[in-house]
Design a protein around this ligand. Structure first.
Ligand SMILES: Cc1cc2nc3c(=O)[nH]c(=O)nc-3n(C[C@H](O)[C@H](O)[C@H](O)COP(=O)(O)O)c2cc1C
Ligand code: SF4
Length: 705
């Protein structure tokens, strides 16, 4: 948390908000209060500097997303000043990321204009649509298939490049005029400058292509011209790809080191080390810049730093402890956090106060970035205020407002979020959970996707911190509710999984979702007891007695050695639960077949995460059968109908029914109306929305109590 410096700019600590296109601009590229509040919140939370998400230097040309902030004309300066002032009011610095999106610009195709590129790209099939739902395909691509829309390319001429360089320089002057503290030139992620840097996309033979020096010329010229425009004291740096993944002929680390040296010589004050990947593949987004791998770019950043004298900024799932160590070892200078600051804008202040236990974790669900693909604005699955800072702030009760006794029924994420926000606002909150632990089904999902577990730990910690009175193993009945005398009741009992009627569904090798959960908790009912052999029951009892089953992480570790699931597994239901379970089992050497009645797998997952998960399932050789209906379960397998109407059989030692979830809260909600008038049903108890939906509905309800 020590101060740092970039050029003439002094930074109060080493944490930056990494640039994120948010789609929070007002129409026509202007900044308004909404985006100003979004950035101000991160400065208030202690980030030393906020780097605004990519802004269009040539907007509406070369724009990277639909609702992008524009900096292509002086008329945008007042809005930008509003943002800069809002960040400065909290003692933070603010920089603008300057971008021309080149080959990935969004407006050109829709307006019948060619995309500006170094070289016309080869026709390469995109795998994105394969794992999108029909609705997502429509939302993302319909406009591009409308009559008259043609995707064409224009190889940039000398005049074009002169115009681009001038656009960057003018944009930098506007940034400075608006009160920004610096500019970051976006030379990464496949956009125009990155496309020139990459041998995979730049096949020119003139002075802008071929040798590394030629490919780096556009970046170098932009830096020089920007530097000349803003003078020696205004901080100017660049973000670029330290490597291009999934491409054979992409940028290598060695290329990146040489490019960085040229950029440093051209006058850059710092380098921001990111990465790119083959954009024709859906996994590129979680492989490249929004990486799924903790600390993914730190080794590259350290190698680049070793060759330079200017400071190095590094993003990419860097945990605070890792960042601190790498800074102390002189391998990095600044950490850029993107998703972590969407999840918790106050992270830097909490770290500064030694309260990491209060940090709300990112669960790497990719809801945030997937919104940008869908053309909506950034939001966060675990932080319902993100993107709504000026619209839905958490405001404590005013002195004339009555403090209510709030009864929350159910300790899953929705219930705990409602309890958290109600308590933060000043209400007296009592949470009753019928099970023996908090977290609801998210506890179980954290066995297969450990990132989810951190959210439960955080919310449970918040219950203690905020004085929410938690009662475990307490089933709320009308009588109990009446005795508690609540002013408001929140029913957050989650989803229920009904058994589907199917020949063979009661066979001993068939497990419902609830039975899988019973197995994991060691609290099994009569039906499951009948199905489990004595040896398995003994193992489960031993696990329970040793406390092993109390921790999702320990269950996960144990499952690598012992898992009472046969070698060949059929999972019926390819939704979120089914796909995550398939990955978990396949990684534990089970031969998995996933049968889904609908057309798409994992539709509840956000697309960027789904692309990764489906890629893993294919690599793990999971058999994926979409549009197929399970007809019967036999002692040795299953019978199903294919989408062409044929009946097929498949061998299975274990069959898992991951299907049939439905809201559980209607009846209890109705009966509790006899207790008080203010009864609400939220989260999956009302409508299936998983973590994202549960958190948002709990949050919004508690704001209104
Ligand atoms: C919603 C979202 C939007 C992003 N937009 C940009 C962008 O405009 N410019 C950019 O350079 N990187 C962008 N990124 C990448 C981030 O700046 C960051 O490098 C990446 O998410 C890895 O850091 P993290 O692990 O802290 O999230 C975006 C990431 C997210 C999640
Ligand atoms: S939406 Fe998901 S990935 Fe994005 S910041 Fe929030 S928790 Fe993290």
């Amino acid at each position: 948390m020590s101060p740092g410096r970039i050029g003439s700019m002094v930074l109060r600590n080493r944490i930056f908000m990494s640039p994120m296109g948010s789609n929070l601009a007002e129409p026509e590229g202007y900044c308004g209060q909404r985006i100003a509040s979004y950035y101000a919140e991160r400065a208030k939370g202690g980030a030393a500097m906020v780097i605004m998400g990519s802004t269009g230097v040539a907007w509406p040309r070369g724009s990277g997303n639909q609702q992008q902030v524009a900096v292509s004309d002086d008329r945008f300066i007042p809005g930008l000043k509003l943002v800069a002032d809002a960040v400065h009011a909290h003692g933070g610095k603010i920089a603008m990321q300057l971008q021309h999106a080149g080959p990935i610009a969004v407006n050109e195709p829709l307006q019948g204009l060619p995309l500006l590129v170094p070289s016309v790209p080869e026709d390469k099939p995109f795998d994105w649509p394969v794992d999108l739902t029909p609705q997502e395909n429509k939302d993302m691509f319909e406009a591009f298939f409308a009559p008259g829309v043609v995707i064409s390319h224009q190889e940039a001429t000398e005049d074009d490049l002169e115009w681009v360089i001038a656009c960057f320089a003018s944009a930098a002057i506007r940034a400075r005029t608006a009160g920004m503290d610096g500019v970051e030139i976006h030379a990464g992620h496949g956009y125009l400058i990155s496309a020139f840097l990459s041998p995979a996309s730049n096949r020119r033979t003139d002075r802008w292509g071929g040798s590394l020096e030629n490919r780096a010329r556009l970046l170098v010229e932009v830096i020089k011209r920007v530097r000349a425009a803003v003078g020696p004291d205004f901080p100017v740096w660049f973000r670029f790809d330290s490597q291009e993944y999934l491409l054979n002929d992409g940028i290598t680390l060695q290329d990146a080191i040489e490019t960085a040296k040229l950029a440093q010589d051209a006058g850059a004050d710092a380098v921001h080390v990111s990465a790119n990947a083959d954009k024709s593949k859906g996994i590129s987004f979680s492989e490249g810049h929004a990486t799924h791998f903790p600390g993914h770019f730190t080794a590259n950043a350290a190698a680049i730093k070793a060759a330079l004298t200017i400071p190095v900024i590094c993003p990419g799932r860097i945990e605070p402890a890792l960042g601190e160590r790498l800074i102390a070892e002189g391998k990095l200078d600044f950490i850029a956090m993107a998703r972590k600051l969407l999840a918790d804008p106050e992270l830097p202040n909490k770290l500064g106060a030694g309260r990491q236990d209060l940090v709300r974790p990112c669960i790497y669900c990719y809801t945030c970035i997937s919104q940008i693909f869908l053309g909506t604005h950034v939001r966060c699955a675990v932080n319902a205020q993100t993107g709504y800072e000026s619209i839905a702030p958490i405001i404590p009760l005013a002195s004339q407002q009555r403090r209510k006794r709030v009864l929350v029924v159910g300790g899953g994420p929705g219930g705990m979020e409602a309890a958290r926000v109600a308590a933060l606002r000043g209400h007296d909150v009592h949470l009753h959970e019928s099970g023996g632990r908090l977290g609801g089904t998210v506890f179980f999902s954290s066995i297969v996707y450990p990132e989810n577990g951190a959210l439960i730990t955080y919310l449970a910690r918040q219950m203690e911190e905020l004085g929410v009175r938690v009662h475990l193993r307490s089933t709320v009945t009308v009588e109990l509710a009446r005795a508690l005398k609540p002013d408001a009741i929140v029913v957050a009992t989650g989803a229920r999984r009904s058994l589907i009627e199917l020949p063979g569904a009661d066979l001993p090798h068939v497990f419902s979702g609830d039975e899988m959960r019973e197995m994991v908790t060691g609290r099994y009912g009569a039906t499951l007891k009948r199905k489990l052999p004595l040896g398995v029951r003994a193992m489960i009892r031993a696990g329970k007695a040793s406390g092993m089953l109390e921790s999702a992480a320990r269950i996960r570790r144990l499952s690598n050695y012992y898992l009472p699931i046969g070698k060949e597994v059929v999972i019926y239901g390819g939704g979120l639960v089914g796909v995550e379970l398939a990955e978990f089992l396949a990684e534990r050497h089970r031969k998995v077949t996933l049968i889904e009645p609908g057309p798409s797998f994992g539709k509840e997952l956000m697309m960027v995460r789904r692309w990764r998960l489906m890629d893993t399932l294919r690599k793990e050789k999971v058999t994926l059968l979409a549009g197929c209906e399970l007809l019967a379960i036999t002692p040795g397998g299953v019978v199903y109908r294919t989408k062409n109407g044929q009946e097929q059989a498949r061998k299975a030692d274990t069959v898992i029914m991951a299907i049939g979830a439905e809201p559980s809260g209607a009846a209890l909600t109705e009966s509790l109306r006899a207790v008080c008038a203010d009864v609400h049903c939220i989260g999956d108890a009302k409508e299936l929305g998983y973590i994202d939906g549960a958190i948002k509905s709990g949050n919004r309800l508690a704001l209104a109590l």
